[in-house]
Design a protein around this ligand. Structure first.
Ligand SMILES: NC(=O)c1ccc[n+]([C@@H]2O[C@H](COP(=O)([O-])OP(=O)(O)OC[C@H]3O[C@@H](n4cnc5c(N)ncnc54)[C@H](O)[C@@H]3O)[C@@H](O)[C@H]2O)c1
Length: 475
């Protein structure tokens, strides 16, 4: 039985925090500080007990924040995964294979959505329509119609949608934001961002549902939503127009052979991308043991003919404040990393990660993705450092070494949870909290890019939903 005497009421919650601004899409409200100011625990429920759900939003949340939250329900369409999740997370709450039933039978303060990307909208809209707060994994959704449904639901709801953009909270990305806001390089005029996924991380998206655009919306949504959100956040203005190119040239139909799951494949020895899921006990228990319920093959062949997403993408974005962005995403790079460069009227800021010949220590490419997802030691600073270089026009460059943290998405996962669940704000001037407008604008860039590739034309953000791009987000 769950204690109810110390749980703050919805009405008090909204009154105390001013968290929900129904109908207002222009303000970027802070995350609900009520979650820590409340006298009791937040009742949380989770839909989608896959790897992100059980590790980060499940076990880590339960272990580190159980003084302020209490799990009241878990939901997944796969009953086996659901039961495994309960034991893995270490909770004793009700389990549901029907989301509607969970909503009906459970008293929830905050719903956490960690399902397949194209299904997020259903749970967000239903929860908002019951006045429940929602924290959604990225991407908020995968097409413009679903995005509009979520926007409309937020307008009529007392509940508040939090977009869980953990990259913003990453230590390096926060440092870049501080430098931009310090005006050291003057007003931003353009940004170049090239993101490289290696043959472990990049390939992982082609093994399962992410390889189908009707599930993940293409990597322009599933992966680039993180990057588009960072860009929007740094620029502080809304995107207006997008022009993109994309192709599928390496994975999917592009190979001469293909098989079933890696573990049963006859091409194990010949395939450079062979991945042995049997070495990972959690994956065996979470996915392989439960294939019988839904046929979800976690180590599926990345040469499947059905794969219909792009594996290389180039995107140009123009913003309402005239800033221009050049972005690219590669999914089969020999190394994992990125190059980020900001051009301002007074100078330039740049950094990079993972470029092997620039790094102080070499990384094992196979371990990099594991580290990014690892939630075990967020605060550990590694021996490496990030190189941040600023150079004002007509002056010499300034190079600084910034502590390197890779675990838990550059340390951002824990800092985001601290803000959501403990009300600990890193610095209000940096606007880390991402609201529905931020979530929408990040996916709208991806949706516009996909449309631009499909229709071979520049696509205006304003043609996708009724959100009108603003010149300055925080004014
Ligand atoms: N922010 C980050 O850094 C980060 C990292 C990893 C994943 N994610 C996000 O987390 C989400 C989950 O990713 P994952 O890797 O855990 O995927 P996953 O495939 O391991 O898990 C998805 C789960 O959703 C369940 N599901 C699918 N449709 C459902 C429905 N209609 N009702 C109930 N359950 C349903 C599946 O059965 C599965 O258990 C995705 O949206 C992904 O983008 C975010």
């Amino acid at each position: 039985m769950i204690p109810t005497n110390n749980i703050i009421s919805r009405r008090d919650f909204i009154k105390k925090t001013g968290a929900t601004i129904a109908g207002s899409m222009l303000v970027s409200p802070a995350f609900s500080s009520s979650m820590t100011k409340a006298s009791g625990k937040k009742k949380v429920a989770l839909v989608g007990t896959g790897i992100r759900g059980i590790t980060f939003w499940g076990k880590f949340l339960n272990e580190q924040y159980s003084d302020v939250i209490e799990f009241v329900g878990l939901c997944d369409i796969n009953p086996g995964r659901l039961k495994y999740a309960r034991d893995y997370i270490g909770v004793d709450c009700s389990l549901f294979t029907s989301f509607d039933e969970m909503l009906e039978k459970t008293d929830i303060d905050l719903l956490m959505v960690t399902t397949v990307d194209s299904t997020h909208d259903e749970f967000i809209v239903k929860a908002l329509d019951k006045g429940i707060d929602v924290a959604s994994e990225k991407p908020m959704t995968t097409d413009e119609k679903k995005c509009q449904r979520i926007i409309d639901a937020q307008r009529r709801s007392k509940g508040k949608l939090i977009n869980a953009f953990n990259y913003r909270y990453g230590k390096l990305f926060t440092r870049l934001k501080e430098i931009i806001q310090s005006n050291e390089i003057g007003d931003l005029v353009s940004i170049d961002l090239n993101w490289y996924l290696n043959t472990y991380h990049g390939a992982s998206y082609f093994r399962r549902w992410h390889g189908l655009r009707n599930k993940g919306g293409t990597l322009l949504l599933h992966k680039s939503a993180h990057h588009f959100d960072l860009l929007n956040w740094y620029i502080g203005s809304d995107p207006v127009e997008v022009h993109a190119y994309g192709e599928l040239e390496k994975y999917g139909k592009n190979n001469t052979f293909r098989g079933g799951s890696c573990r049963n494949c006859e091409h194990k020895d010949a395939c450079k991308f062979f991945w042995d899921i049997t070495e990972n006990e959690t994956y065996m228990n979470l996915y392989v043991a439960n294939e019988k319920y839904d046929g979800y093959i976690r180590d599926n062949c990345l040469w499947r003919e059905e794969i219909d997403i792009f594996d290389k993408m180039a995107v140009q974005v123009k913003y309402a404040n005239n800033v221009q962005v050049s972005y690219s995403l590669t999914t089969y790079s020999p190394f994992e990393g990125f190059r980020f460069a900001f051009n301002g009227k007074a100078g330039r800021l740049e950094t990079h990660e993972g470029i092997p010949w620039r790094e102080s220590l070499q990384e094992d490419q196979a371990e990099l993705h594991e580290k990014e997802m690892d939630q075990s030691s967020h605060s550990r600073t590694e021996l490496k450092y990030h190189e941040i270089v600023t150079q004002r026009i007509f002056e010499d460059y300034k190079r600084t070494e910034f502590p390197f943290v890779r675990k838990g998405h550059w340390g951002g996962d824990k800092l985001m949870f601290d803000e959501i669940f403990r009300g600990k704000i890193i610095d209000p001037k940096l606007h880390h909290a991402a609201d529905i407008r931020d979530g929408s604008m990040a996916v709208l860039v991806g949706i516009a890019a996909r449309k631009s590739i499909d229709e071979r034309r520049p696509v205006k953000i304003a043609e996708l939903t009724d959100l009108k791009p603003q010149v300055n987000k925080w004014m």
